[in-house]
Structure formats: C-alpha cells, structure tokens
Design a protein around this ligand. Structure first.
Ligand SMILES: N[C@@H](CCC(=O)N[C@@H](CS)C(=O)NCC(=O)O)C(=O)O
Length: 219
C-alpha cells in the first residue's frame, strides 16, 4: 500500500465509519479523518464520492466507498495482521456474517434514529424495529460460534461492524426504555469484542459520541 496518508471521509457518529476506523488502526495504517464537504449526500461530496455515503477513502487519488469494499481492499493491500480466516469456506462465512450485520441488523438500529427526539417519536415504529432486531439476533446465533470472537482470537472484518452496533443497541434501548433478549452467547461475544485491544478505545470513543448525539436530541 502507498505510504501516502490515507484520507478517510467520515464523521464520528457514523457507525459504518467506526467499523473502518477500527480496521485501519488494527492494520497500523496512518490515516486522517476528513468530513464530507457540505455533508454526506451533498453535490460537493458526490463530486468526490459518487455514492455520497460515508465512509469513503482517498488513497493517492484512488477513491472507494462502502465499508465492506474498503475493508476488503485494506485487507488485500495490507496483509498483516490478516482480518479474514485462511480457509475459503470460513472466509465466505466471515463475509456472510458481515453482510448479515450490515444489511439485516444495522438498518433496524438506524431506523430508530429519527425517533430519538421525544417530539418526533413513534414508539410503534421503534418497537417494530426492535422486535425484528431481536428475532434476527436469533438468526445470527445460528450462524456464529464465538470463541471468543467470531473466528477465534483473530479480529476479523466481520467483527468490526458489531462494535458500533453493540454501542447503539444498548444506548437506544436505554433511550426508549425498552428491553430485548440478547442471547447469552451474543452478550459474551460483545464483552470479548469490546475488550479487544484494537477495539476498546474505538468502542469508548463511539459511546461518547453517541451520548452527545442523543443529548443533542433532548434540547
Ligand atoms: N453500505 C454502506 C452504507 C454507508 C452508510 O449508509 N453511511 C451513512 C452514514 S453512517 C450515510 O452515508 N448515509 C447517507 C446516505 O445514505 O445518503 C457502507 O457500508 O459504507
């Protein structure tokens, strides 16, 4: 990988960006955070990153969006430490779990964001999202066998998306005064993941950011 500083278009509140920040630091890559000009989705940002989403990277003029695409690119170009299992089937399973997280779990949490402000809250919608989230955790449970992380001691791409989501699910349940059943095996995985040396500082920083974001919805 080029020695030039990698530019990461991100915002501290962005969960998909949090996943990429963990991967960059675990790989020991020097990077600098750049907010998307005029915000994500803006014309100014789309002129740089057509999808308009964060995270995106710019490395020496090579631009790439989508956290999974970025994660795989980083893992392919900076091979140590590896962030996918060696075995082809296990690699495929890691990708399966990562995409399950990104497409089936995370969007349900995101769907609650608009309801954090009390005046904009529709608890029927929120309950619906958490009920489906709870059901999908039982599907996840059938896909994984954490020991203590998803693929043993090795931190993989598949683990990293769960870091911001574990923070969000706890904080959102607190805001909405709801409880869901988080299966014991998943809760144990959460504890091991959040304690990982490449994760803990990112988890704490993300908690602080989410706390401030939630507080801003109550003024
Ligand atoms: N699949 C994309 C999703 C990224 C995403 O939705 N990012 C949010 C911020 S966390 C965003 O840019 N939203 C703006 C939009 O969808 O236009 C990824 O993994 O990077």
């Amino acid at each position: 990988m080029s020695k030039l500083l990698l530019k990461l278009y991100d915002l501290s509140i962005s969960s998909f960006s949090c996943k990429v920040r963990i991967i960059l630091d675990h790989k020991g890559i020097d990077w600098v955070s750049v907010p998307p000009p005029d915000g994500y989705g803006s014309d100014a940002y789309r002129a740089i990153v057509p999808a308009g989403t964060i995270p995106a990277i710019d490395q020496d003029g090579f631009r790439l969006s989508d956290s999974e695409a970025i994660a795989e690119y980083i893992n392919d170009t900076v091979v140590t430490p590896p962030m996918l299992p060696v075995d082809a089937r296990m690699r495929a399973n890691a990708r399966e779990i990562s995409r399950f997280h990104d497409s089936r779990l995370e969007p349900l949490l995101r769907g609650c964001f608009a309801h954090v402000a009390p005046q904009a809250r529709d608890m029927a919608v929120v309950r619906g999202h958490f009920s489906l989230f709870e059901r999908r955790l039982t599907h996840l449970l059938r896909m994984v066998n954490p020991s203590p992380l998803l693929f043993g001691e090795q931190l993989t791409i598949a683990d990293c998306g769960f870091v911001p989501s574990f923070v969000l699910v706890r904080k959102l349940l607190d805001v909405f005064k709801l409880q869901i059943n988080i299966p014991h095996i998943i809760a144990e995985y959460e504890t091991a993941l959040m304690a990982h040396p490449s994760v803990s500082a990112h988890g704490s920083a993300y908690q602080t950011t989410v706390d401030a974001w939630i507080a801003s919805k109550f003024v």
